[in-house]
Design a protein around this ligand. Structure first.
Ligand code: ADP
Ligand code: ZN
Length: 369
């Protein structure tokens, strides 16, 4: 069965969700609607695992398969240029449709290439990580990194369709699956208490290691609910002028950890720490109740999301990293705070100054002593 979620924007598109859905006629029909020629773009890991499968499914187009080395470090202008050169050498023009087969790195890069190649060609996303399903595939942000900062060169560009096939998740490590779980939890915390409770209840019934993939019906419902939360926010504020900022809950701290670890700590892991600390700040400022803060803390542990990191031990590097953030002015840092589980504070971002941050970081360190 294929579930359809429509994303209503100036350039609307549908997200299709299910198990084994690429083998259904709809996928081929959608490709036929947009493609003369097809380019399948993936990274080195995903191409080893799934390129042949896709090549077979799309055999009628005789697709061109392109890939680049896996990892955030290769999401660069140089990789983009290398891939564009290969597409030009193969004679790709405006009737080419790009198929992004991979995690967020692939879709960010493929989306950006699609946005600028011949001033815009169609792109279809096939996310292969849980994180890319619930995050990168919704909202139209595309980008590459530079030596100085992450996702700093890019555009908003919507795909023609997204096919989320949970069969891809079978080959993902538990750690990678948990990276997606952090964003699922974030979505629940900012907008959907029922989803938060569903996560907790399910985990209590499934203490086993492989719990997230143990029930595909539950997993599909969970992904759909998470996508729905992000979609509702993005539909109201596509270009992040206001409301969409709440999706940055947990991310001010997450970006510090990513920067200080030189991007060795994966995004999802950094977000888990950010969810904890920014919930603590929310409580500190008298928004989130102590009971709910403790509930969030317990949920992170229950969901097996680690909140301990050495990268926050010294205040100085933390404040330095915070100051690099483009949202920072005059050593006043901008955070999204929770009002309660399922709702953020009315102002989308709150300014927090050094003494306040210092107290929260100290409390955080004492916790692990
Ligand atoms: P994200 O976690 O942001 O979606 P990436 O694109 O960086 O991002 O993917 C994380 C890692 O998982 C990469 O090394 C990638 O090659 C690998 N990967 C992606 N999809 C799969 C999959 N279905 N099975 C195994 N490994 C995968
Ligand atoms: Zn994120």
């Amino acid at each position: 069965m294929i579930q359809e979620i429509k994303v209503n924007l100036a350039e609307s598109y549908s997200i299709y969700l299910g198990a084994g859905i690429l083998k259904e006629a709809l996928f081929l029909q959608t490709c036929r609607a947009y493609a003369g020629k097809i380019v399948i773009l993936s990274d080195s890991n995903v191409s080893t695992l799934y390129e042949t499968l896709l090549e077979t499914l799309l055999a009628e187009f005789k697709p061109l398969c392109l890939s680049f080395p896996a990892g955030e470090a290769f999401k660069t202008r140089e990789t983009k240029a290398m891939l564009e050169d290969k597409m030009q050498a193969a004679g790709c023009n405006r009737d080419t449709c790009l198929i992004a087969l991979g995690g967020g790195v692939v879709s960010d890069l493929a989306g950006f290439i699609a946005a600028t190649y011949c001033r815009g060609i169609p792109v279809i996303y096939l996310p292969t990580t849980l994180l890319a399903m619930v995050d990168a595939s919704v909202g139209g942000k595309t980008a590459v990194n530079t030596a100085r900062s992450k996702n700093s060169i890019g555009v908003f560009y919507q795909p023609k369709a997204v096919f989320m096939d949970i069969d891809f998740l079978q080959t993902l490590s538990y750690g990678e699956i948990k990276n997606g779980l952090s964003e699922i939890l974030k979505h629940a915390l900012i907008q959907d208490k029922v989803q938060f409770q569903r996560l907790i209840e399910f985990r209590k019934k499934h203490p086993e290691k492989n719990w997230l993939l143990s029930d595909s019906t539950w997993l599909l419902e969970t992904i759909a609910a998470s996508v729905q939360i992000k979609k509702n926010i993005v539909e109201q504020d596509e270009k992040e002028l206001g409301l969409r900022k709440i999706l940055n809950f947990g991310h001010t701290i997450a970006h510090v950890i990513e920067l200080l670890s030189d991007y060795q700590i994966p995004h999802g892991q950094a977000v888990a720490v950010g969810l904890y600390l920014e919930s603590e700040l929310s409580q500190h400022y008298g928004h989130l109740s102590e009971i709910e803060f403790k509930t969030i803390e317990a949920s992170l542990q229950l969901l097996d999301l680690n909140i301990q990191t050495a990268y926050l031990s010294d205040l100085e590097p933390v404040t330095r990293a915070l100051s690099v953030d483009k949202k920072t002015r005059d050593r006043q840092w901008r955070f999204v705070l929770l009002d309660r589980i399922g709702a953020t504070c009315k102002e989308y971002v709150r300014v927090i100054d050094l003494p306040q941050l210092k107290e929260s970081l100290q409390a955080y360190q004492e916790k692990f002593e």
